[in-house]
Design a protein around this ligand. Structure first.
Ligand code: HEM
Length: 173
């Protein structure tokens, strides 16, 4: 009698195991797993990145060719300081159309920065003539100019060199 009972118990064990694997919680977990796998492997739309701004190439500018870059019609804003052309577009609020320093846009701003003045008469008048040699600046003005230059070097990209109209390098502009 006792042997028959043992046999009966042991024959019912595998059935109990099958039941526990196919329990509702396991089925839910399995379906979650399948959904997760599908979610990760599903065909995805290729990511299309927005077109960035055109790359800026280091160029030679003359006072005339620099004029174009005054921020009008969405163009970049450039200005020159002692022969270096800076892209000051990130400071469009300062130098762009309607900004407080818009006179500097597309121009050699060296004299104005040295004199702490954005007046019209600080700008080179003859765009075909030689560059402003700044030889008449006193020590304070040179110091002003240098500290502006340092600020610009920290903040903006140098995108070119300003040369006079007749300069041999001007042909590269
Ligand atoms: C009424 C007098 C002026 C006031 C109240 C004034 C005010 C300011 C202010 C608030 C800034 C922003 C500073 C910052 O956040 O970095 C600034 C920047 C500047 N100011 Fe003036 N300013 C005055 C006169 C001038 C003058 C006469 C010049 C002429 C050279 C000048 C040239 C500049 C330049 C070049 C910048 C740097 C803009 C940049 O970060 O690109 N400011 N000014």
């Amino acid at each position: 009698m006792a042997i028959a009972e043992i046999n009966q118990d042991s024959s019912s064990e595998p059935q109990a195991e099958v039941m526990s694997i196919a329990s509702p919680i396991n089925l839910i977990l399995l379906s979650l797993f399948v959904v997760l796998i599908y979610w990760n492997l599903r065909p995805k739309q290729p990511v299309i990145l927005p077109r960035g701004p055109a790359p800026i190439v280091f160029r030679i500018y003359t006072p005339k060719t620099l004029r174009e870059f005054n921020g009008e019609d969405g163009k970049p804003v450039f200005l020159a300081v002692r022969g270096r052309v800076f892209d000051v577009s990130p400071g469009r609020n300062f130098y762009g159309p309607g900004g407080p320093y818009e006179n500097f846009a597309g121009r050699d701003a060296s004299r104005g920065l040295a004199h702490q003045s954005f007046d019209e008469d600080m700008l080179t008048k003859d765009l075909s003539g030689p560059l402003d040699d700044l030889k008449d600046l006193d020590d304070d003005q040179l110091e002003n100019l240098q500290s502006w230059e340092e600020k610009f070097l920290e903040k903006y990209l140098v995108v070119g060199k300003l040369v006079a109209e007749g300069d041999p390098e001007a042909s590269k502009s």
